[in-house]
Design a protein around this ligand. Structure first.
Ligand code: NAP
Length: 258
């Protein structure tokens, strides 16, 4: 049995669909049965909360492999404690690209700290370190509608944004096939794009003339807060965007780390 924590989110949803397609036994972990209803009857649903270790332990009964997305260090600790208690062997964890950079940078600090918890747990691990998800573009819907503009603090820096379905496909491989144990993968899309390049692509597919408008770090932080990004990750994300502006994402594009 594979447990997917974060099953109703961007990556988790794609992962569950891909596991269903392959007829793998899958159980979703969610606070909301309504959100998991979209997966239908082929999927088990464990109702629980990452802040409640007992619900995690219940969900992990009979589970050998677990996909993990959390919102904070305590939640990782809870999940790992429950995993050890219940005999889970392998945890595939979503991290971020900057956690693999040397030195660790921006939002990577937050993820690296929690990678280390899993590394030290004695469980088998796989870290997936994606670049920005392509669906980040959805955060620009309002400004595109209102003024044909996308806003970012990335300047003319380039990054290898990745399709969430590809991240899910790698997660699936790590969960169902041997050979990915105790390994970290940096996940990028196929090409480096600046935010200006993204505006050009969006212009082409929408038939509008969309431009990229550069914003300051402060404005980028406000943008993330407005998006609902948890406050404790805003500073790290702002730093990541300033690193994109400085060329870090380009320099590290396609490198892989173990
Ligand atoms: N967005 C990017 O460009 C990007 C790039 C690199 C890395 N990342 C990393 O990717 C991760 C986010 O992945 P995502 O975008 O797929 O997630 P998401 O769409 O934000 O979904 C979050 C999931 O977490 C679950 N969740 C939240 N709080 C919970 C709680 N207390 N107990 C149980 N479940 C809880 C939610 O489930 P329910 O609501 O159903 O309970 C939901 O399924 C973050 O760690 C982020 O740093 C993001």
């Amino acid at each position: 049995m594979i447990l997917v924590i974060g099953a109703t989110g961007t990556i988790g949803t794609q992962l569950v669909y891909q596991l269903i397609e392959g007829s793998y036994p899958v159980r979703t972990f969610t606070r909301s049965p309504e959100k998991a209803a979209k997966f239908g009857h082929k999927v088990g649903v464990a109702i629980g909360d990452l802040d409640d270790i007992e619900t995690l332990a219940r969900a992990m009964r009979g589970v050998k492999r677990c996909f993990l997305i959390t919102g904070g260090t305590k939640q990782d600790q809870n999940a790992l404690e429950a995993a050890k208690k219940t005999g889970v062997e392998h945890v595939v964890k979503i991290s971020t690209q900057e956690a693999g950079w040397t030195p660790v940078q921006g939002h990577g600090h937050w993820h690296k700290e929690r990678e280390e918890l899993l590394r030290a747990s004695g469980l088998t691990w796989t870290f997936l370190r994606p670049c920005m998800y392509m669906n980040f573009a959805l955060s620009w819907v309002e400004s595109i509608r209102a003024e044909n503009a996308i806003y970012s603090g990335g300047g003319t820096g380039k990054l290898g944004a990745v399709d969430p379905r590809d991240v899910a496909a790698v997660a699936k491989a790590a969960l169902i096939m041997p050979g990915h144990e105790n390994t970290a993968y940096e996940l990028t899309g196929p090409e480096l794009l600046s935010f200006g390049d993204m505006a050009a692509i969006l212009s082409k597919v929408t038939g509008r003339q969309i431009r990229h408008i550069d914003i300051s770090d402060t404005e980028q932080g406000e943008f993330f807060s407005k998006m609902g990004v948890p406050e404790y990750t805003v500073d790290g994300l702002v730093e990541t965007f300033s690193l994109i502006r400085e060329g870090w994402a380009r320099e590290n594009f396609g490198a892989s780390f173990a």
